[in-house]
Design a protein. Structure first.
Length: 234
């Protein structure tokens, strides 16, 4: 059934209202990556002397070119981890828009849910982003200790965290904070499985640009499938 939820989310990519959210999410991601990459280039240019002089070799004029290309390669590899943070930021800013588009098409009998307030969403988003960063930094130790299990650790840990947060925010719109927590606890295994389905593609460059959008839509379907929601909202 989780794959069915994902299939419904994928089928709505062409919806005009849904497509707008995709473009905004991809745009935010690209702007963030470009800003980080420019910051890395500026930092390396500031740290490295110009020109670079190596012992027994002399002046090396091409080292800055090598550093630039190497930093690009590092950013591509780092994008796997950066996309986890992007996914959390996306949940804070665009999840309501995705959920509204999904509900308008698939659950038109429901009253439109109230959006999460900006201050409340920002607070929760920053808290969750901090948790993701700390968890993934700790996971680096586990990757070194258990290198062969690194992909499984990555998907299992981030799937748990992302699933928990996305479901919480979707449920919060209709059940309130306490109701959302109860629903999340009751359906924890399903939520974790859906979170892992979301976390795994985040490791694939280009594809990971639209995964936060599809993840928000998938969790909207999952919420309505496992929680009976009547027309009135909280």
């Amino acid at each position: 059934m989780i794959f069915s939820d994902f299939g419904k989310a994928l089928s709505q990519i062409g919806d005009p209202s849904f497509r707008g959210v995709v473009f905004k999410g991809v745009g935010l991601t690209l702007v963030l990556f470009i800003a980080i990459y420019m910051g890395v280039i500026w930092f390396l240019g500031w740290v490295l002397p110009d020109p670079v002089v190596l012992p027994l070799v002399g002046e090396v004029a091409w080292l800055d070119v090598v550093v630039a290309w190497a930093s690009l390669l590092v950013m591509i590899i780092a994008s796997v981890f950066l996309m986890i943070t992007v996914a959390s930021a996306f949940a804070s800013f665009f999840l309501d828009d995705v959920a509204d588009a999904v509900e308008a098409r698939h659950y038109p009998h429901l009253t439109k849910a109230p959006h999460i307030g900006f201050a409340e969403g920002l607070r929760d988003g920053l808290r969750f982003m901090g948790l993701l960063i700390v968890a993934n930094l700790f996971a680096l130790i586990l990757y070194v200790i258990f290198p062969f299990a690194a992909p499984l650790i990555f998907v299992a840990m981030n799937g748990f965290l992302l699933g928990r947060e996305y479901f919480q925010l979707i449920a919060l719109r209709r059940l309130g904070r306490d109701g959302a927590k109860r629903a999340r606890s009751k359906h924890a295994v399903k939520i974790w499985a859906a979170g892992m389905l979301m976390a795994a593609p985040l490791t694939i460059p280009i594809l990971n640009l639209i995964i936060p959008v599809l993840g928000a839509a998938t969790f909207t379907h999952l919420f309505h499938r496992v929680v009976a929601v009547d027309a009135p909202v909280r």
